[in-house]
Ligand binder design. Structure first.
Ligand code: AMP
Length: 428
């Protein structure tokens, strides 16, 4: 199937050709025809599947029809709500790219920055608004935005919205939307809470399910290194050098941990930066931009900050800490191996993380390949892992044994002995 077969207008086909998109991805093949028929859609899919184009293209096509031509000042006809500033920015960029040869205008609004420039852009008139919930409600309350003319509404990353506590904001926004509209609802998972929320938004939707978890996981080469917590930084430096990694996203479970990794790498003269919730919007944008342009080769991120980050040609993901939520592992490794490229996901596992590894392997339904041949192998942990699992299905965390602690402290390098690793397990 080609984009032409989907009945797209020439101005959109032209930009897709320029982008080098040869054929629609599965979600685009399924969702675009449904959306062009103005049906509501419930999409179970995450970023990396081509989801943004799947909803952006039909919206651009609808709004390019003559009856939508603005007479007088432009009115906001399409609203896309997304949980993070990074995602909002990326979606805005996608609308600008796919809509390059249309006359439509979009703008992006999010919190954490002054509202002036955003309000100015709104005043100049936009057809499509991409927003995070808090700033949207702020500007609605200030009467800078009206949702009266919305014809197309997209709720993106619904599960993430609920995790981030946006449920009340979303309900307030829904209450302000005109009843007569087309609604699109996307979520990577479909737990009962999400289904309940979707029912409040959608009429009688078509359902599209794309399982990127398996497909992405299959394309990504996954490996596991048993290593003590203290030796993780040494192992990271070793791998960075050994593989001459020039585009690597390192995941830390905590913001504090991310800062610490950056500090230790920078001290060794490596180009890297951290992105997490405590960094200003400006700092996050600069770090991401420098990383995308190849000015820095290592980006250290927490799960929330990295969610949805779209970096083409990212070759490595390093799970410096294993996530305690197994789905996060799938999201993390899905940052690499995108748009048909292969990728590599490297995970470090210390004694406390073994239960997390079991949960992950259960979710992805396979064992991650263990790399035995590396200078920081934690033998004891590896031997442990070979024993049959007597505690199957329970989440008890094994304590690190005293002999492994002794071995770590008995290492030759005093520098490492002096540095205590933090025990903060709060999510970033
Ligand atoms: P998304 O799931 O929207 O975050 O898209 C993931 C990546 O796939 C982005 O870098 C898009 O530019 C790219 N992409 C989207 N659709 C296609 C397509 N049909 N062919 C090739 N790449 C695509």
């Amino acid at each position: 199937m080609t984009f032409k077969d989907l009945g797209l207008i020439p101005s959109i086909l032209r930009t897709l050709e320029e982008q080098g998109y040869e054929k629609p991805t599965p979600i685009q093949q399924q969702a675009i025809p449904v959306l062009l028929k103005e049906r509501d859609l419930l999409g179970c899919a995450q970023t990396g599947t081509g989801k943004t184009a799947a909803f952006a293209i039909p919206i651009l096509q609808h709004l390019s029809q003559p009856h939508h031509e603005p007479s007088g000042r432009r009115k906001i006809k399409a609203l896309i709500i997304t949980p993070t500033r990074e995602l909002a920015t990326q979606i805005g960029e996608s609308f600008s790219v796919y809509g390059k040869y249309t006359k439509l205008k979009n703008t992006v609004i999010f919190g954490g920055v002054k509202q002036r420039a955003q309000v100015d852009a709104l005043r100049r008139g936009v057809d499509i608004l991409i927003a995070t919930p808090g700033r949207l409600l702020d500007l609605i309350n200030q009467k800078k935005i009206s949702l009266r003319d919305i014809d197309y509404f997209v709720l993106d990353e619904a599960d993430q919205m609920l995790d981030m506590g946006f449920i009340h904001d979303i309900k307030k926004i829904i209450a302000l939307l005109p009843k007569d509209r087309q609604s699109l609802f996307f979520s990577a998972t479909m737990q009962p809470k999400i289904v309940a929320l979707s029912k409040q938004i959608l009429g009688n939707p078509e359902r599209v399910t794309i399982e990127p978890e398996q497909t992405t996981a299959e394309k990504v080469e996954q490996s596991l290194y048993y290593v003590s917590k203290r030796n993780k930084i040494k192992l990271l430096k070793h791998l960075l050098q050994m593989h001459s990694m020039n585009s690597v996203l390192v995941f830390s479970r905590t913001k504090h941990g991310a800062n610490k990794i950056v500090k230790l790498l920078v001290r060794d003269g490596m180009d890297c930066a951290a992105i997490h919730g405590n960094k200003s919007q400006k700092a996050r944008e600069i770090a991401l931009d420098n990383f995308k342009k190849g000015k820095i080769s290592i980006l250290v991120a927490t799960d929330i900050a990295a969610r949805g980050i779209d970096i083409d040609e990212l070759s490595y993901v390093v799970n410096y800490d294993l996530p305690n939520v197994p789905e996060s592992y799938v999201h993390r490794i899905g940052r690499t191996g995108r748009a048909g490229l292969s990728g590599m996901a490297i995970s470090f596992c210390d004694a406390l993380e073994r239960p997390y590894l079991k949960d992950i392997e259960r979710l992805i339904d396979k064992k991650v390949t263990v790399i035995h041949d590396h200078p920081f192998l934690n033998d004891e942990l590896e031997n442990e892992s070979r024993k049959p699992d007597r505690n199957h299905g329970h989440k008890r965390k094994p304590k690190p044994s005293s002999s492994s602690r002794k071995k770590r402290n008995g290492g030759k390098n005093n520098y490492w002995r002096k540095r205590k690793t933090g025990g903060n397990r709060k999510a970033g």
